[in-house]
Design a protein around this ligand. Structure first.
Ligand code: BEZ
Ligand code: FE
Length: 285
């Protein structure tokens, strides 16, 4: 474990640039859609444009508003905030549609702060600083298939720290802090030791923050832990788990909370919390 003393300041521009780099490195977006027929592109692009035209006509959008939009869109790119914008306001619907056939666990959005290939946890404990603040959390559960067969799968876990910052997206935090891969045994059992993360606001000093302020919204996400759960022959489950009583479970800016994803933590005598949250995966068809 390491200790850091952070004197640097987290900015939307730095976090946005990291998220944009990450996306371009990890995903092959053009490769995945290169064979999409023109009829589908035509249908989707036309409908999106038509819904914008309808909004302009309905609300008699002015040239001043049109130019403000143009300036803002340019700024979103310059801030590197396209991953943030899309994952806050669009991804939850894409995720719903992509997983509506599933019989196993509900998932939710990945968001912009996933980093692949997190190192294996040592002693079932996520890497953290010696002075990491936050309530210790222990999680013992299982991974099974929808028919109850235990799965020797793995759980990639990543979450914010007690200040709401993610390693690799905010400065002064060790590279793999609060990120690790956990492996289940042959019975599908796994054990995780970490800390309970805090609620956080998405960056408010960039263009997404400008939209939020201009519209009179808030920027909060409830406290959550992100997971990717995988096992051979099964669909990857991407989810976030939430804590009961968090006021932002009801008004998450990213609209990603589902009732099935809210934990039932049990307070322990030593001040820690224990959770049991099992994963049921759908076989690949
Ligand atoms: C997150 O879960 O970390 C997240 C999701 C969408 C936008 C920003 C952050
Ligand atoms: Fe998050």
């Amino acid at each position: 474990m390491t200790t850091t003393h952070d004197t640097q300041v987290a900015t939307a521009a730095a976090s946005g640039a990291n998220a944009t780099d990450r996306f371009q490195t990890d995903k092959s977006p053009y490769e995945a859609v290169k064979d999409v027929p023109p009829e589908r592109v035509n249908e989707l692009a036309r409908e999106v444009l038509e819904s914008i035209h309808n909004t302009i006509r309905t609300h008699k959008v002015t040239y001043a508003e049109y130019n403000a939009l143009k300036a803002w869109l340019i700024q979103v790119g310059q801030d590197g905030e396209w991953p943030l914008f899309l994952d806050v306001w669009i991804e939850h619907v894409v995720e719903d549609v992509a997983t509506e056939h599933r019989k196993g666990n509900k998932g939710t959005i990945e968001g912009p702060y996933y980093v692949p290939n997190a190192p294996d946890a040592v002693d079932n404990t996520i890497p953290m600083r010696d002075d990491e603040s936050g309530t210790p959390l222990t999680w013992k559960s299982t991974i099974t298939s929808v028919d109850g067969t235990p799965l020797q799968g793995k759980v990639e876990l990543w979450h914010a720290d007690n200040e709401g910052f993610y390693s690799q997206f905010a400065p002064g935090i060790p590279e793999w802090n609060l990120r690790a891969t956990f492996h289940a045994d042959e019975q599908g059992n796994f054990e995780i030791h970490t800390i309970q993360p805090a609620p956080y606001q998405i960056p408010t000093d960039g263009s997404c923050g400008k939209l939020i302020a201009a519209a009179g919204w808030h920027a909060w996400r409830p406290a959550h832990m992100h997971v990717k759960v995988s096992a051979p022959g099964h669909e990857l489950l991407t989810a976030q788990l939430y804590f009961p009583g968090d006021p932002h479970n009801e008004d998450d800016i990213a609209d990603a909370v589902k009732p099935e994803l809210v934990l039932d933590p049990k307070q322990q005598d030593d001040g820690s919390v224990a959770i049991n949250y099992n994963f049921v995966l759908d076989p690949q068809s």
